[in-house]
Write a protein that binds this ligand. Structure first.
Ligand code: FAD
Length: 471
């Protein structure tokens, strides 16, 4: 099919993909978005104009060669399309699913306003899945060994990107992960109905095939200190993420039935509590659940909760839908699944029964005032609007801050007031010689793609530094 002539057909209606039926999917944790078959992918790819100035590619944080891979999909050369994506990103099945394309590549697509953008994310996912299932993926070649050794702390998207880039350049890379599963939030936070585990495992496994050493159950900063790593490695990259939950700071937060989103999602996703007692981790949720927050974490918590069987899942968000940071597609999915949204509403008090179990949540209606430091309009409580919602459990999903262990045990590492590791933007280096950092531990909670972008930038800086140093 390589010579199939390209005739762009932008006016064909955009295909945003099929989904599992809402009533059906509440009975399982299987993927909601079903993805394209080959024919659908080729048709969607045929819509691409192949713009010379490639606005989609420029808008992509990791600069995936979008028009080129989409053209190869159109020509039905899916192995070559996968290799084209691999030139800049080794994680297309992950990114095709969780990257907020609507704010990056698809937002920049010149077809957006007139016909709807090319469904670039769906095509990326299709390419990766098809290539994986048909054995078309071969790990990229790695340069001869340089003799330099790099340690990556954490195995989330930022460390994985560093590991991939530096291994390709011939450096010996070891990844240290505290948990028993690699992938960071991709494995312990994002539910399988958005990102199946076999997808994450396959893309992580490819690093192993490239020669990256992957070690789990090692908590750096406790079992091995950064200073100790520095003795064994030329460079250390810290990609330890932002997994410290922000509390509500409302009275009653210690009642039985109140979870942080981290605990709740880790139980459900990583420990597969939804299969209890086949798995070892139980959960208590009851028939009425309240989730507080408006980001992806809140949406994932509410949708996981709904799949555990309660009649009633209510999401409280203090601003309006327009200000919600969650991906639009996930908000729509949550609404379709029957999650009740209470906008402009915040909890003020959690009340329990005589046994210390959550019973009801006192809420207040909010209104939007002047913009705050983040540029979003401040949510202000409206006097006299308090009301109660009955609740057996409540999940707090209002933000995370950087994991603190390394910051607490590493002398000389400069850290901000919020616990984020401070780096020099130009060199990507921390205040400690030979120690770099990126992703959520630097940014606070952000996105998987920005974490990968940071990883790639750090890898370039580390490589240059190592070359200067010489062996
Ligand atoms: P992480 O993914 O947090 O990985 C850090 C890893 O380091 C973890 O595995 C952790 O166990 C390990 N670690 C921590 N401390 C140590 C230590 N001391 N020693 C060893 N290992 C350590 N982004 C999107 O783009 N799209 C989405 O749809 C999306 N949905 C999300 C849903 C949820 C529920 C959450 C919580 C986040 C979501 N995000 C999403 C954000 C995105 O997942 C993160 O921005 C991204 O994973 C950050 O990558 P990271 O590599 O910096 O850190």
């Amino acid at each position: 099919m390589e010579n199939k002539p390209k005739k762009p057909t932008p006016s064909i209606e955009q295909n945003t993909g099929r989904h599992q039926d809402a009533a059906e999917r509440l009975k399982n944790f299987d993927e909601v978005a079903l993805g394209f078959g080959l024919e659908e992918a080729v048709t969607e790819a045929s819509r691409c104009l192949g713009c010379k100035n490639r606005p989609c590619e420029t808008a992509c944080p990791v600069n995936v060669k979008i028009p080129q891979f989409v053209d190869l999909v159109y020509r039905e050369d899916i192995g070559a399309a996968a290799s084209k994506i691999f030139e800049t990103s080794l994680f297309p099945a992950i990114c095709g699913r969780v990257c907020p394309q609507e704010t990056y590549c698809e937002f920049a697509c010149v077809l957006k306003d007139k016909f709807g953008p090319v469904s670039i994310g769906r095509l990326e996912r299709f390419t990766a899945d098809y290539a994986r299932k048909n054995g078309l993926i071969t790990p990229p070649p790695c340069a001869p060994d340089t003799g330099f050794k790099v340690a990556c702390v954490g195995s989330g998207p930022s460390s994985l990107a560093v590991a991939a880039e530096l291994r390709k350049l011939g450096h010996a890379v070891t990844v240290f992960e505290a948990l028993h599963e690699f992938g960071g939030v991709l494995s312990y936070g994002i539910p399988t109905f958005r990102l199946p585990r076999e997808v994450v495992r396959f893309e992580v496994e490819m690093l192993r095939k490239m020669g990256v050493r992957l070690l789990k159950n090692v908590l750096i900063g406790k079992s091995v200190l950064i200073d100790e790593l520095k003795k064994d490695f030329d460079v250390v990259y810290i990609g330890s993420g932002a997994g410290l939950p922000s509390p509500l700071n409302s009275p009653g937060e210690d009642l039985v039935g109140v979870y942080s989103s981290n605990e709740f999602l880790t139980r459900v996703n990583l420990m597969q509590a939804y299969k209890f007692p086949v798995t070892d981790t139980p959960y208590y949720i009851g028939g009425k659940v309240v989730v507080v927050g408006g980001g992806n974490t809140a949406m994932d918590s509410a949708r996981c909760a709904k799949r555990l069987g309660p009649d009633n899942v209510t999401l409280l968000y203090r601003r309006t839908r327009a200000e919600m940071p969650a991906r639009g597609e996930e908000v729509e999915n949550a609404m379709e699944e029957g999650i009740k949204f209470e906008f402009l509403t915040a909890p003020v008090l959690l009340e329990g029964d005589e046994k210390g179990r959550l019973k009801r949540v006192k809420c207040v209606r909010m209104e939007l005032g002047e913009p705050d430091a983040s540029g979003r309009r401040r949510a202000v409580p409206k006097k006299g609007t308090e009301f109660y919602i009955e609740a057996d459990s409540l999940v707090v999903a209002i933000g995370q801050s950087p994991n603190p262990v390394i910051q607490q045990t590493t002398a000389g590492l400069n850290v901000s007031k919020t616990g984020a590791i401070i780096i020099d933007e130009a060199t990507r280096a921390t205040s400690l010689a030979g120690v770099y950092a990126g992703g959520d531990v630097v940014r606070g909670g952000a996105t998987a793609l920005l974490a990968m972008k940071d990883g790639k930038a750090a890898a370039r800086a580390i490589h240059e530094k190592l070359l200067q140093k010489g062996k």
